[in-house]
Design a protein around this ligand. Structure first.
Ligand code: IMP
Ligand code: MG
Length: 178
């Protein structure tokens, strides 16, 4: 039986909340008159998305897509698959993608390409976390929460092998060199 790694708090919940509030203020400033479509990337962004949209006091709609790039554990397979696509067309709309973390960038680059082909009026990216150390393709993050070190992080929606999503703080897995 494998040993269960131990999560240690990296970003306490209060700091996560303050970060989400700051991002909401930036998004309000830019989108209050635009009625954007917020596209959440499942599953990792579900808690971030839920907290963020409740701080936005203007008209918006919500969509979800699901991509898979990771198998079990902490190593990217490098292959990205669209597991759940958009339920409604976004042609001519202002699209803001809500992502949990940008790591190699492969997943989000794939999604942005897919969405660009749908001809939105605008397309921007909001990511709670950025792990730039392992970037393989350049990605512009228009609204960035926090930069994290080159460790595997869990909690606040992020998982390791589908575990730890429910932790209220962003944590690192002890011994993770990822
Ligand atoms: P990328 O394609 O390498 O940028 O990985 C993107 C996706 O992998 C993210 O949307 C996350 O769902 C997942 N991911 C990347 N790094 C981490 C991490 O440190 N913890 C949990 N999930 C991660
Ligand atoms: Mg994700």
């Amino acid at each position: 039986m494998s040993v269960q790694p131990e999560p240690l708090v990296l970003v306490p919940r209060q700091e996560v909340a303050a970060t989400v509030q700051r991002l909401a203020a930036e998004i309000k400033r830019d989108y209050h008159d635009k009625a954007p479509v917020l596209v959440g990337v499942l599953k990792g962004s579900f808690i971030f998305m839920a907290d963020l949209i409740r701080m936005l006091d203007f008209r918006l709609t919500v969509e979800f897509v699901s991509l898979s790039s990771y198998g079990k554990g902490t190593e990217s397979s490098g292959r990205v698959k669209l597991v759940r696509c958009l339920a409604s067309p976004v042609r001519g709309q202002d699209v803001l993608v809500i992502e949990d973390i940008v790591d190699t960038g492969l997943t989000i680059a794939f999604l942005l390409d897919y969405l660009r082909k749908k001809k939105p009026a605008s397309l921007k990216l909001c990511a709670l976390l950025d792990k730039p150390a392992r970037r393989k393709v350049p990605v512009t993050i228009d609204y960035l929460g926090l930069t994290v070190p080159d460790k595997f992080v869990v909690g606040y929606g992020l998982d390791w092998d589908e575990k730890f999503r429910h932790l209220p703080d962003v944590c690192v897995l002890e011994g993770s060199e990822d």
